[in-house]
Write a protein that binds this ligand. Sequence first.
Ligand SMILES: Nc1nc2c(ncn2[C@@H]2O[C@H](COP(=O)(O)OP(=O)(O)OP(=O)(O)O)[C@@H](O)[C@H]2O)c(=O)[nH]1
Ligand SMILES: [Mg+2]
Length: 371
Amino acid sequence: MKIVWKSLATVLFADEVLDKAFSRATKAANRVEDPNKIFRHRKQMTRMVQTAADVIAETFTEWVNAWPSLNNLPQFDEAMVEAAVGTDDYRHHLSMLQWGGKQVRNIATQNTRKIIRTARIEIMHIARREAYGRISSIVRQVGPSLKWLNDAREILRRLPSIDQNEPCVVVAGAPNVGKSALIAALSTGKPEVAGYPFTTKQLHVGHFVHRRLRHQLVDTPGLLDRPMGKRNQIEMQAIAALQHIGSIVIFLFDPSDTSGTTPEEQMNLLEEVKELLPGKELIIIRSKADLAKEVDPNWDTIKLAESQWVEDGRPADSTMPLLIDPETGHPTASATENVGLEALRLEIANLVDDSKENDPLSLPDNWHRRQ
Ligand SMILES: Nc1nc2c(ncn2[C@@H]2O[C@H](COP(=O)(O)OP(=O)(O)OP(=O)(O)O)[C@@H](O)[C@H]2O)c(=O)[nH]1
Ligand SMILES: [Mg+2]
């Protein structure tokens, strides 16, 4: 299941909800025709009260249903919601909407009863006015929750959408080492641009397909890119969320002096990333291969073979040697020159395959899993 936060419905403010409800109610009353004055007023007043309550209750229910229920959320998404807006608040404000809808319907039932039971037009109007007053007061009480949901929507809409049933590779590394560029270069199509709740940095979620399996690639700027000491609780929660996705972590290492972080600092970060995401297969990749002082002697051969794959399509079950950085001994690739990418994709797919076989928790597809 993939939660698409971008499609979260808009939530109106209290006054907007009331305007919508009362104007629909007025229109409904205007459609009433009855030559008998008492009957006409009775129908108009009941219709106004009923319509206003229906519009509000239905609108609230629609929103409650449109927002994913936390109980059914994959762990990654739940942890992200916790980091982004808080799961207790999320539950509370949605339940306020449910409460509001129920209250408004009760008021409508009570006041239509009053309208039906009297033959005095004046009493009917009083009952209608009273209903409107009480309905407005309930909607105003729900107002702070509507405001909260509006704000939360803005934050949640930026969250990355990740499908937990598909393999996912987390790309870590210091700022500017080329994380986003590598994800874009490895991806088919344009990566989705998203955001974590605590940083203005954009992050990318890309994917490529290998043997009909979608492999997701997720960026971690502002998250797995600097020393632990400086982290706040929200950031820790978001890192905890990463623990729930993917079995593989790519650590991008850039010794080229262009990132602004020294190789030593990057190596310290690597140790921290290992501790933060225990149990994950971690591969170190040297980024920006084109900037290396010395390159793999196979550079030209690999570059030629790769460009042929791109042109002619990849032959089935073919292999491609990894581009190796002579300086560090790690696999490498250039996102700007498009070299080393084909082999890297194969390597990632193979690692995903291996990690699946070794995972004692992995069950056959469609196997019954307890929630
Ligand atoms: N020469 C060269 N430059 C690269 C390569 N990959 C990335 N860059 C450059 O390095 C800079 C940083 O790349 P990004 O992909 O934005 O790095 P990042 O790790 O996503 O950075 P943050 O999101 O800020 O943490 C950009 O100017 C890129 O053009 C590469 O393979 N070769
Ligand atoms: Mg980036």
